[in-house]
Design a protein around this ligand. Structure first.
Ligand code: WTA
Length: 595
């Protein structure tokens, strides 16, 4: 593939940026011409931020899997699409070429069809990081079903809430998942989700850990058996459903400042083009490079930079099942060497935690294949930036610091590797198409350089959130009501003397713990569900490894608490039940009044 829209110099960036502002429809229309359409669009953009109503490439028809798979077959059918490294380094890695991935996606799309999944149906996917997760995701997109992937660390209650909200009737899962030294009993969690549930029709279970699991007749079916049935039917082909540009591609739940998580809805065409455009430009991807994004596909970073961005570019995307510290803290670097990774994209928390193990572990690592490094998910501190630059990039790899959100679909503010200037701890400059404004509490625009304010976006970009599933009003209230005619990010931001942007952190009631968003209200609700808790308040505090730690103040009713320590543990159990272990506070302090 070639990318005529790949920006080649700082001058080129400035010209592209200007054009994206002066003539947005011309700009994005020319880029969209490089994709596979079943029918071209009638209008590039229609929008208003008051409803809000955002329509990109209106009237166009396409299928994202034709862009991610079919169109690569002729020239790059034998190129690895996905390289997969198992949790355990002694287990054989797997490679799926574009041809093979295309085949498996069509096959599984037929499994979905055989089981009654139709265009527009919501399919919940709860799996570990195995190629079948990508296959299931793309198979949904193939037939126009809306996928809703749930991170493997969420509890049964959190999954049940999401299932309900999305009114999903299908679940794709596995018996279990390997993650570091632990096995996660995925199917058993799903079984808890489904106690008393009458809406879920089918649960498709892939075999990964082969732990004993319950399989309920007529509802629970094995992935492998269903694939066999499709094979027996003798039709390996599954046509790509014709989707409208604005048809929803997926729902992804994320925490906000109010009670329950919101289902962020992304569209088909706009999201695809945004994921692709940012992948090609931020990382300056060249055909043949191996891209390793260490995020889990359960988060937006995995959606956009393991699946849709790389695959729509014909790239080789490396997928890792495990964790950075298993079996030891050299695991990422071993993977980089084993597969000659060229682009490494990870989170500051991972860098900080590996940094803590020292540089001895790096002695026998080569790392010379690396060309570009990236970070995402939270502000990166100066020390971690320099460590990454020196010890991993050997001072020859640009570091792209990409600021974005689940709601923005893909990178919004970032330097472009070797093309635009970088600056430690700064996300630097907006991508073409991203028009920023800093505003004060009163809503005034803060002009000039050397200023700070609340970060807003004043014009639509193709990959932006379209709605919050089932509750458009919530989308309007959350993002478009704080500042009239602006999308409000919830982040504070500094624009320095050179006009470079640095994200300073959330200004709403959302914590960013190890790059994961935790809504304080959601966590307080979970704690308040614990017996004996009268009230609670969550605050974030600076944490060396996690960026932010969680501090919980809790008022108890004073009745039969035999030991404070046990009560603390009980509360942690309740949180694990209601949300998941990722939301556990670092500290719980019992108080008689809230600060
Ligand atoms: C934060 C992750 C500083 C920010 C892609 C944002 C960042 C939230 C950066 C979104 C960055 C993300 N520098 N902060 N490079 N990237 N953030 O939805 O507070 O999981 O609002 O999306 O992470 O988190 P989310």
């Amino acid at each position: 593939m070639s990318f005529p829209y790949q920006i080649k110099s700082f001058e080129d960036y400035k010209a592209s940026y200007k054009k994206s502002v002066d003539q947005p429809e011309v700009f994005w229309g020319e880029i969209a011409d490089n994709f596979a359409w079943k029918k071209k669009w009638d209008k590039v953009l229609e929008w208003n931020f008051t409803e809000p109503k955002i329509e990109w490439f209106k009237g166009g028809k396409l299928n994202i899997t034709e862009n991610c798979l079919d169109r690569h077959l002729e020239l790059s059918g034998d190129v690895p699409a996905i390289i997969w490294e198992a949790n355990n380094p002694t287990e054989k890695s797997r490679t799926l070429t574009y041809k093979e991935l295309h085949f498996k996606v069509m096959q599984f799309a037929n499994v979905l069809k055989n089981n009654g999944v139709q265009k527009g149906d919501r399919v919940c996917i709860y799996m570990g990081m195995i190629p079948e997760l990508a296959i299931a995701t793309l198979a949904c997109a193939r037939i126009g079903a809306i996928h809703s992937i749930i991170f493997g660390g969420f509890s049964a209650q959190a999954i049940a809430d999401r299932l309900d909200d999305a009114k999903a009737e299908f679940i794709i899962t596995a018996d279990g998942a390997f993650r570091g030294a632990k096995d996660i009993p995925l199917k058993s969690v799903v079984d808890d989700v489904l106690i008393g549930n009458h809406t879920v029709k089918k649960v498709i279970v892939y075999t990964r850990t082969r732990v004993p699991i319950s399989m309920i007749k007529d509802r629970d079916i094995w992935w492998e058996d269903e694939v066999e049935k499709v094979e027996a039917q003798g039709n390996p082909f599954c046509p790509a459903e014709s989707m409208d540009s604005e048809d929803p591609l997926f729902i992804l739940y994320t925490s906000g400042s109010t009670g329950k998580p919101k289902g962020v809805v992304h569209s088909t065409a706009g999201y695809m083009i945004w994921a692709n455009y940012t992948f090609v430009n931020v990382f300056q991807y060249r055909p043949g490079q191996v891209h390793f994004c260490t995020a889990d596909i359960g988060w937006i970073t995995g959606h956009s930079y393991i699946i849709y961005g790389p695959l729509s570019s014909g790239a080789t995307s490396l997928m890792f099942e495990g964790v950075p510290t298993y079996p030891d803290a050299g695991r990422f670097w071993d993977i980089v060497d084993k597969f000659k990774v060229n682009i490494l994209y990870t989170a500051p928390t991972a860098i900080r935690s590996l940094m803590a193990f020292g540089t001895d572990i790096l002695k026998d690592k080569n790392l010379s294949s690396l060309e570009v490094l990236g970070t995402v998910g939270e502000p990166i501190n100066e020390e971690a930036w320099h460590w990454y630059n020196k010890n991993i990039g050997k001072e020859k790899c640009p570091i792209v610091d990409t600021w974005w959100q689940t709601e923005t679909g893909a990178a919004m503010i970032s330097n472009m590797a070797n093309v635009t200037p970088s600056k430690p701890t700064y996300a630097t400059l907006p991508m073409p198409g991203v028009q920023l404004a800093l505003r004060d509490e009163q809503g005034n625009i803060i002009e000039g350089n050397g200023v700070s304010g609340n970060l807003c976006i004043t014009f639509p970009w193709p990959g932006m959130i379209r709605t919050t599933y089932g509750d458009h009003e919530r989308c309007k209230q959350t993002y478009f009501s704080t500042y009239e005619n602006n999308y409000f990010t919830g982040d504070g931001c500094l624009r320095d003397e050179e006009g470079m942007y640095r994200i300073t952190g959330r200004v709403d009631d959302v914590l960013n713990v190890s790059g994961h968003r935790i809504g304080t209200a959601e966590l307080e609700n979970a704690i308040n569900m614990h017996t004996g808790v009268i009230e609670s308040a969550i605050v974030g505090y600076p944490h060396d490894l996690k960026g932010q730690g969680i501090y919980a103040y809790v008022i108890l009713d004073g009745v039969h608490h035999e030991s404070e320590e046990l009560t603390r543990k009980d509360i942690l159990q309740t949180i694990t039940r209601i949300i998941g272990a990722i939301a556990k506070p670092d500290k719980i302090q019992f108080v008689s009044g809230l600060p």
